[in-house]
Design a protein around this ligand. Structure first.
Ligand SMILES: NC(=O)c1ccc[n+]([C@@H]2O[C@H](COP(=O)([O-])OP(=O)(O)OC[C@H]3O[C@@H](n4cnc5c(N)ncnc54)[C@H](OP(=O)(O)O)[C@@H]3O)[C@@H](O)[C@H]2O)c1
Length: 451
């Protein structure tokens, strides 16, 4: 059923006030796209935080084409100032700036300019925070304002605010998540209907869940940027996204779900970060997870984040990781928090504690010890298993099981060997030797088994 928006009340009083007579905080929105529109609508339809917030400016390049469809809609505030120049926003009387243009340029210039001018910033920009988060937090702190980025990871799932408030009393040592809805959609579609990877990708693109060039999603770039932000907020460490190994989901095919099912597992893109003293073990990529586990049950484009703390144990956060409305809720929640802290006169005080100035820089490695799933595609001939077993044995690697389903073409035979736990670095040279054997049609697919 179509929701009828409440009639826009004429704004007779140019200086809106909250119920306790505090002047509403003036908010400028830069980027009137999917999330920006949804934020403007929430701000306009609802009196947030008892009138704490007032949308005064909107900036978008070539804004006339953006503005036209909305000026006639009753929810839209008539007195908002439109501009296509973000410098005009920096020079305006707006106290809080919402950055929703995405990317690094000119978002970085905008955010730095705002913070230097003492304006607080709310952003959903994972690229910007993954690359410059620690510096920008320091800049905000130095200028007595706030930088909030709760929507930059897992969209509408309030995991970042939870890390920075509800869990800041714990000492977290582990964070793992399904952080990319596009990958989860594709993998769970292959799982459900055993369709080829290419068909699942085309379907995700047709439904708007994947971009025409989905490399950032499929190859793990998006997830590792999000993981570096989670590590910043939850583990209080500085880790560059580029230092986190990312493995692609492209080699995964329907047959892998058949073999995974025989092991009681399914396959998901898992991003994980475990802090052990001064070493961060971290990895992003397709992994086997038990079908009955929380990760195994996450379907379609949902996100799930699990945290492990020294005192509080394990916590789970599940929900819509993207979409205009869920992401806008996270943005508006950050805005309300900033407005409340400005009203309390504590913009840079630890009303929402974070430790931007005490970040550790651990050694980063992907050398986890774990059991492994190795899937080979070979041209069948006698002695294949013996050759592979000889290489594995020469690297002190123990086979746990060999799985081979009947009915495949002997010219392109897929089969699986699982290994007992070993370190990534121990396995890697053996993989190279096995993939170079003459019967191997493709490099061996190697996935960690996370129990
Ligand atoms: N969409 C989601 O589900 C989601 C979820 C979590 C986080 N985010 C993050 O939220 C941010 C916004 O995403 P979105 O999906 O709303 O993107 P979007 O639909 O592409 O909107 C971006 C808007 O910014 C405008 N813009 C771009 N560069 C500009 C500039 N230099 N000056 C003024 N306006 C400019 C664009 O104008 P044009 O129309 O001319 O391109 C567009 O209207 C991104 O950082 C994204 O990663 C999005």
């Amino acid at each position: 059923m179509q929701k009828t928006p409440p009639k826009q009340a004429p704004d007779a009083n140019p200086v809106a006030v909250s119920r306790d007579r505090t002047p509403a905080r003036r908010v400028a929105l830069v980027g009137f796209g999917t999330v920006g529109r949804a934020v403007a609508k929430i701000l306009s339809e609802r009196s947030h935080g008892d009138g704490l917030l007032r949308l005064t400016h909107i900036c978008n390049r070539s804004f006339e084409r953006k503005k036209q469809p909305f000026v006639t809609e009753r929810w839209f505030p008539a007195d908002v100032v439109w501009t296509d120049d973000f410098h005009a926003i920096l020079n305006s009387d707006a106290e809080i700036i919402i950055e929703l243009i995405g990317g690094l340029t000119p978002a970085e210039e905008l955010v730095r300019g705002a913070l230097k001018a003492g304006k607080s910033v709310v952003t959903a920009n994972k690229q910007l925070i993954a690359r410059h988060g620690p510096d920008l937090l320091q800049l905000a702190s130095a200028n007595g304002c706030r930088l909030e980025f709760g929507a930059s990871v897992a969209g509408g799932v309030p995991v970042l605010p939870a890390l920075r408030t509800g869990l800041c009393g714990d000492r977290l040592h582990g964070i793992a998540g399904i952080l990319n809805g596009t990958c989860n959609y594709i993998l769970s579609r292959i799982e459900t209907d055993r369709i080829p990877f290419s068909e699942a990708l085309e379907e995700a693109q047709a439904r708007g869940y994947a971009e025409a060039d989905a490399s950032e999603d499929l190859d793990g770039g998006d997830a590792r940027a999000k993981l570096s932000i989670l590590a910043l907020a939850g583990l209080h460490i500085r880790v560059s996204a580029g230092d986190i190994r990312a493995r692609s989901i492209r080699p995964i095919d329907a047959i892998d779900f058949d073999y995974a099912a025989e092991l009681g597992c399914t396959i998901r893109q898992i991003s994980r970060a475990d802090l052990k003293e001064a070493t961060l073990f971290t990895d992003v990529g397709p992994s086997l997870v038990p079908t009955s586990s929380p990760f195994g049950r996450v379907q379609k484009n949902l996100n799930l984040v699990l945290t492990s703390g020294e005192y509080g144990g394990d916590m789970a956060f599940l929900g819509a990781g993207a979409g205009g409305d869920p992401t806008a809720v996270a943005v508006v929640s950050d805005l309300m928090f900033v407005a409340a802290s400005l009203a309390a006169g504590t913009p840079s005080v630890k009303a929402r504690p974070h430790r931007p100035l005490q970040l550790a820089s651990p050694t980063v490695t992907c050398d986890f010890e774990t059991p492994w799933y190795l899937r080979f595609l070979v041209k069948d001939q006698p002695g294949i298993i013996a050759s592979l077993a000889a290489i594995l044995s020469s690297h002190q690697l123990n086979i746990d099981a060999v799985l081979q389903n009947p009915g495949f073409d002997k010219n392109a035979l897929p089969f699986v060997i699982t290994l007992e736990p070993c370190r990534d670095a121990q396995l890697h040279p053996a993989l190279q030797e096995m993939s170079a054997l003459p019967f191997a049609l493709r490099p061996c697919l190697c996935l960690p088994i996370l129990r």
